[in-house]
Write a protein that binds this ligand. Structure first.
Ligand SMILES: [Zn+2]
Length: 152
């Protein structure tokens, strides 16, 4: 999906955290949005990839697009590191991971799917999917935005 749709899904993650009582403060919002864009750091022309090109080029060269960064490995490692180091997962990390997972969910809705269990090559994809940049993608994002507005 495109960055704009990922941001809407990121807001959706924040909305879900708010609705379920996980969002401790509004300070988590920006991190959720960063998390929603973070997996595409593996693409040099992505929003974050253009801003930190050396890192993006390195990750892209090592793992390719929709490789390691589109799996559950990084959020799982981040949560494990927090639990090991601090004994709990701070709100800012929950927000970052929620945004990250929203990105994986959004890309799961595309024909390419996501390698959730990387380094295993199996890609997971929704049985109903939308092509990136298509009007169907905008309909999905708009429906999500409407649902959040309706049930905020
Ligand atoms: Zn992606």
């Amino acid at each position: 999906m495109q960055a704009r749709s990922h941001l809407i899904f990121g807001v959706g993650a924040t909305w879900l955290m708010h609705r379920t009582g996980w969002a401790a403060s509004v300070h988590a919002w920006p991190l959720t949005l960063v998390g929603a864009l973070l997996p595409d750091i593996d693409h040099p022309k992505s929003v974050l990839g253009r801003r930190i090109a050396p890192v993006s080029l390195l990750i892209s060269g090592l793992f390719g697009h929709r490789g390691m960064t589109h799996s559950l490995l990084l959020p799982a490692l981040a949560i494990a590191a927090c639990l090991y180091g601090w004994g709990h997962v701070p709100a800012w990390m929950l927000a970052l991971c929620a945004g990250y997972l929203s990105h994986l969910l959004a890309d799961w809705l595309t024909p390419s799917g996501v390698p959730l269990c990387w380094p295993l090559r199996t890609r997971f994809r929704s049985p109903l999917y939308v092509t990136t940049g298509s009007s169907a993608e905008w309909c999905v994002a708009a429906a999500l935005a409407f649902a959040m507005w309706r049930w905020w």
